[in-house]
Design a binder for this molecule. Structure first.
Ligand SMILES: Cc1cc2nc3c(=O)[nH]c(=O)nc-3n(C[C@H](O)[C@H](O)[C@H](O)COP(=O)(O)O)c2cc1C
Length: 350
């Protein structure tokens, strides 16, 4: 049996991993433009919040066409909300729906969502079934049902803004992103459990929930997963540069990889370029472009603090970088940022 294809992409796939608080629409726009990963995921979004709330949560599903193919990532523990949010993702013309079964954060896992689902395999399977039912029902009748008025209104508004359009209603693939175990690796057992519901692919971070982000990702466990199933596997965890992509693919036989933290301030990683080889002028140019995009999408001045962490990721690795970073951490606007850069004597090449 040959492996299914993922979103009609050629193997191996190199994608941007979902990262809450980082991979927002501005980050994804910049990463796609300067790195062009094969596939991109949204930050995870809570299914209860999304199906019950209005504008402020729906906004997590903002993207633009340049980011396609784009996968909506969702998390929670109530199958019925997964059903509804899967339909919303279809309505907004996403390319797939991904279920988070990997988040180890206390506020997520302690309520039974994210990586905690590894301990409740029956619920995990019910969630996949409900999500798949949502995409099938939407493909059949194109209807959103059972949602509060304010959620429906927010979806209609966002759909207009995204100019979402589909020539035919299709059944979106449903995938899972997970870890190799809860406290100990149980990779083969867990992959077999997931396989019963036939997800379109599985993205696998080679750590347990208990490890959080400590230690190193166990690529040998990912290899076990690839051997265990015919479902395509995207290997994830600790890919630090482009040469690691080949290493992990050769070792595991996976159909692709997802890169997370190594893309911070470094969209060029997806093009095989080393961060050190990108000129400071180029990095600063992209940092300012990123800042402008962020402000365009988040005009509320209070939101600007969320942009500041990115400055620290772009501005590093040269003599007075830390002094410039300190100043950038106090900025509140694009003009402030440009001023710090000019005062530092870095030419603005645009
Ligand atoms: C700040 C941060 C936020 C994250 N948020 C998510 C998320 O929303 N959904 C998800 O599936 N994984 C999330 N992750 C996990 C990453 O997608 C990825 O699995 C992990 O960082 C390992 O890959 P890396 O070593 O390439 O970073 C997050 C990781 C970080 C560092």
């Amino acid at each position: 049996m040959s492996r299914k294809n993922i979103l009609n992409l050629r193997y191996p796939i190199v994608g941007l991993s979902p990262m809450d608080g980082v991979t927002d629409s501005a980050y994804r726009y910049i990463t796609k433009k300067h790195g062009n990963p094969d596939v991109i995921f949204t930050e995870f979004t809570n299914v209860m919040g999304m199906s019950q709330a209005g504008q402020h949560v729906i906004k997590d599903f903002h993207y633009d066409k340049t980011q396609k193919p784009i996968v909506a990532q969702i998390y929670g523990k109530e199958p019925e909300y997964f059903y509804h949010v899967a339909k919303i993702a279809c309505e907004l013309d996403f390319d797939a729906v991904d279920i988070n079964m990997g988040c180890p954060a206390k506020n997520v896992a302690s309520s039974g969502s994210g990586a905690a689902l590894i301990r409740t395999p029956n619920l995990a399977r019910e969630i996949i079934v409900a999500t798949k039912q949502g995409v099938v029902d939407w493909a059949n009748d194109g209807k959103l049902t059972g949602l509060p008025e304010k959620t429906l209104a927010a979806v209609v508004d966002l759909k207009k803004e995204l100019n979402a359009q589909y020539s035919t209603r299709k059944v979106l693939p449903v995938s899972v992103k997970t870890r190799i175990g809860y406290s100990e690796p149980v990779t083969e057992w867990w992959i077999k459990e997931l396989e019963k519901e036939n997800p379109a692919w599985i993205s696998l971070h080679g750590r347990t929930l208990k490890q959080m982000y400590t230690g190193s990702a166990d690529w040998d466990e990912i290899k076990k997963a690839v051997k265990t199933t015919e479902i395509p596997i995207l290997a994830n965890g600790d890919i630090k540069d482009y040469s690691d992509i080949k290493k992990v693919l050769d070792l595991t036989g996976a159909q692709g990889v997802l890169i997370g933290r190594a893309s911070f301030g470094n969209p060029w990683i997806f093009k095989g370029k080393k961060f050190e080889d990108i000129s400071l002028e180029e990095r600063v140019k992209v940092m300012i472009e990123h800042t402008k995009k962020f402000v365009e999408l988040n005009p509320d001045p209070k939101a600007f603090v969320q942009m500041r962490k990115h400055f620290g990721w772009y501005i590093k690795g040269f003599e007075n970088a830390s002094a410039i970073r300190v100043k950038l951490m106090q900025t509140n606007s694009v003009t402030d940022v440009e001023q710090v850069i000019q005062e530092a004597g870095i030419p603005l090449s645009f």
